[in-house]
Design a binder for this molecule. Structure first.
Ligand SMILES: [Cu+2]
Length: 181
């Protein structure tokens, strides 16, 4: 399948790409260069307000909203998402997570499947191939992180919170992958 081929290719060049990224970071310290326009955005996103960064900090509280709708990372680079729960409601009522999915995957479908995936912390196993990165559930006052390798294909990759009802309430955004200089 084309998808599998693409993923395989992505994996096969990860090592080389990652080495380039590390070198880039050492030389340029992930400087505040203007992010390049991503190719073929599939989901409308707000104007970039940040530069690409290997450490992506985002938070959400009891208002069931991410504080950022756009995260930017360089293609093929090692990256980390840090998700902080700034609210007070208990984790069984207001947990959050962040699930980054393939550009062509519909976040609505993932959210629907997640609703019946309580045993896997609302990360639907049937979408394993379409999920690029995900965190565990986070409760009030806590931070969860996930390390991952950014896709090597620039573009807009949706992310969402898959705790039941939260995507429907607007907990979603875009991970924008931009080409490395
Ligand atoms: Cu949430």
């Amino acid at each position: 399948m084309v998808e599998n081929q693409r993923r395989f290719r992505a994996h096969s060049i990860l090592k080389r790409a990652f080495a380039g990224c590390v070198l880039g970071l050492l030389l340029f310290g992930c400087s505040g260069d203007e992010p390049k326009a991503a190719s073929a955005p599939v989901v409308k996103a707000p104007k970039p307000v940040e530069s690409p960064s290997p450490v992506l900090k985002i938070s959400a509280g009891d208002n069931m909203k991410f504080n950022k709708e756009l995260l930017i990372v360089e293609a093929g680079c090692e990256a980390r998402i840090e998700l902080t729960h700034t609210g007070r409601m208990p984790i069984n009522k207001m947990a959050h997570n962040i699930v980054v999915i393939e550009a062509e995957t519909d976040p609505f479908d993932v959210a629907m499947a997640a609703a019946s995936a309580k045993d896997s912390d609302y990360v639907p196993q049937e979408y394993e191939e379409q999920i690029i990165a995900y965190t565990g559930l986070v409760g009030p006052g806590r931070t969860v992180t996930v390390d991952f390798i950014a896709p090597d294909v620039p573009g807009d990759y949706p992310f969402l919170c898959t705790f039941p009802g939260h995507f429907q309430g607007g907990m979603m955004g875009i991970l924008r992958v931009v080409a490395v200089e």
